[in-house]
Ligand binder design. Structure first.
Ligand SMILES: [Zn+2]
Length: 184
């Protein structure tokens, strides 16, 4: 499966000149919701990821809201397990798992994120599940653009691995080309 082409064709990857929230400039912008809004496509991506994690011990899948919610659910369907999510809490360093979502002590879980960058939010989801007694079996992402970042768990399954350059404004080659900068 050509995940890059799929994302590009559905508006999930835009190419150009983008201002990231960090202030850096980037030639690519990812918007998985544009892809995941199509259930048949979402199911196909989840099936491909499920193949990669076959054999991993997984009692439930967890993803950080909002980006990881749909992938968690579709992947859980493929694996025949529960799919849950963690969400922001009052403490920016912690995510919460709302009452009614089940994490039993000793259960193994797979943590997911649509596009893995720093692993920050999926790491908070992992810690929330671990705090309830869950044990992380690994990470799965549609796109891994972490490019050398230390990730919060291993092993990692990904359908596409990309190294996306990010430039400080002062040395951005896309600025030099005169392409207009788009805020995202
Ligand atoms: Zn620039």
């Amino acid at each position: 499966m050509d995940v890059y082409a799929l994302y590009r064709d559905l508006g999930g990857i835009r190419e150009g000149h983008f201002l990231l929230s960090s202030g850096m400039h980037s030639p690519l912008f990812f918007q998985s919701a544009a892809v995941m809004q199509h259930p048949k496509v979402a199911r196909k991506l989840a099936a491909a990821l499920a193949e990669q994690v076959a054999g991993w011990p997984v009692d439930f899948v967890i993803g950080p809201a909002i980006g990881g919610v749909l992938l968690s659910s579709y992947l859980a369907e493929q694996l025949g397990v529960r799919g849950i999510f963690a969400e922001k809490s009052a403490d920016p360093e912690r995510m919460r798992i709302r009452p009614g979502l089940i994490v039993q002590p000793g259960e193994h879980f797979l943590a997911v994120e649509d596009v893995l960058t720093t692993g920050g939010s999926v790491g908070r989801a992992i810690r929330a599940a671990e705090a309830m007694g869950g044990r992380c079996s690994g990470l799965a992402a549609i796109i891994d653009r972490s490019g050398g970042n230390t990730l919060p768990a291993a092993p990692l399954a990904a359908l596409l691995t990309l190294t996306v350059p990010r430039y400080p404004p002062a040395t951005c080659p896309i600025c030099d080309q005169g392409l207009p900068l788009q805020e995202i």
